[in-house]
Write a protein that binds this ligand. Sequence first.
Ligand code: AMP
Length: 550
Amino acid sequence: MLSTMQDEPLSLATVLRHAMTQKADSEVSTWTGSGMRRMTFGELGLQAGRLANALRGLGVGQTDRVGTFMWNNNEHLVAYNAIPAMGSVLHALNIRLFPEQLTFVANHAEDKVVIVDGSLLPLFGPLLPGLTSVKHVIVANGDASALEAPAGVEVHPYDELLAAQSEEFDFPVVDERMAAAMCYTSGTTGEPKGVAYSHRSSVLHSMQVCTADGMSLSQRDDVLTIVPMFHANAWGIPYAALMCGASLLMPDRFLQPEPVLEMMAVEKPTFAAAVPTIWTGVLGQLSAKPQDISHLRQVIVGGSAVPPALMKAFDEQHHVPILHAWGMTETSPLGSVAHPPAKATDEEAWSYRISQGQFGPAVQARLIDDDGNVVPKDGKSLGELEVKGPWIAGSYYSPDGRPVEPEKFHDGWLRTGDVGKITANGFLTLVDRSKDVIKSGGEWISSVDLENAVMSHPDVLEAAVIGVPDPSWDERPLVAVVLKEGASSDAEALRASLSDRFAKWQLPEHWAFIAEVPKTSVGKFDKKVIRAQHAAGELEVVELEGPRSH
Ligand code: AMP
């Protein structure tokens, strides 16, 4: 029997209309280094109308891609809403990719127009001659005349272009399965791959972000959105904020711990989102220059495993709960969130909180072993995580219809490349990326477990663990450590501090003391750089005695 319900398509145009009328007083504000540039959602809606008219005038039609090359700021949020709401496709370019990768993704997506932040022209200008599909560049927050355009490309100043437009735009409601926005994976292996989110997936995902056991965003929040809008759509926060009326605080290019804390002192956000490396920096700055940050009712952290020591430090020293979440560009990204069950004891609650979290009601998950069998969800058995659901990618974007890396998809499930275990009540604990797991004498050592343990040492700022070739054991762990300023622990002492948490054969014998852990374009530890440095003999390694047996 068919239902009797209306078949109204889910649409980001509907979300924008709701925000600009019913949440018209909520705000998006951008830090300028000394204060805020504010815009209400009501004004944002009018600016979105002007931008949509401008883009239509430049020949942007439905399904055409419009790139953004911008920081998190007001103008980026206008573009975020105008482009999908007019039926075109937003493509937030990751400004930190290598130039060749940026050229690849802009050409692969066939971006017709790119909106660029003036402060990023020195990065963008040299790319422009290689961007084969771009016909127009719109420069926001800067001097458009500073950009030298190749023949066939027109450059427009954002403010002038928008000032000449009507604010009225009849945003169409398109088929909910059409692409609304796309993001490319950060390309740690092979070419970046395009994920095209639909209106349907974006609206459903935003609803999940707003639920109490998602990110619990509401109109009572001021959300400091540090996670870049080009990284998995800033974890879905912008559309969720428009949906619920949460105000957004945008850091623009001021992403160092000092300006982030300055901005927090002025604006007192209730909620914040960023990868662990940002919070490690903030914590360091807070110990150098104490500041009350208890206005934060919650900080969501994901993108890579949150070291439990970091979580504990925020809890105990600053009374700020870190909420751990797992996701991927391919999962919109919210997959699982670590809210402990209501009946958990304090001790149980902690072990739930440090896990990667529980899958939401619309996300199905399973673990697959090396032989392709589904392993039980018993909190012990390990396997590669596969997921499916309405906001999980079913394929990668392909301009010519030929499947891109079809091996990443398996019977309708997305293969995540993450290895972990799942409890009977659906909590995920990741032990590693499948390519990062260290196989020593046929047994697994989790690089993440070692990193977390080393980073819980009071002398350690950061630590990344890689597997290095070994004649007896195939692979052994190498720890690349960054000590805190003035700290003097040596390899022996650090290894000794691990001995109560790891089997003897798991204790690492290779230690390199480095100035900083290299980071990817989205702020994660870049282990492939450390591997390359090690292979090239560039790391000075302290060698301790290795295991005699397993
Ligand atoms: P990206 O699409 O660039 O955000 O990368 C997604 C990958 O980041 C996942 O497949 C995981 O390997 C990793 N990741 C994301 N969140 C977490 C987390 N909470 N703990 C451990 N790894 C994570």
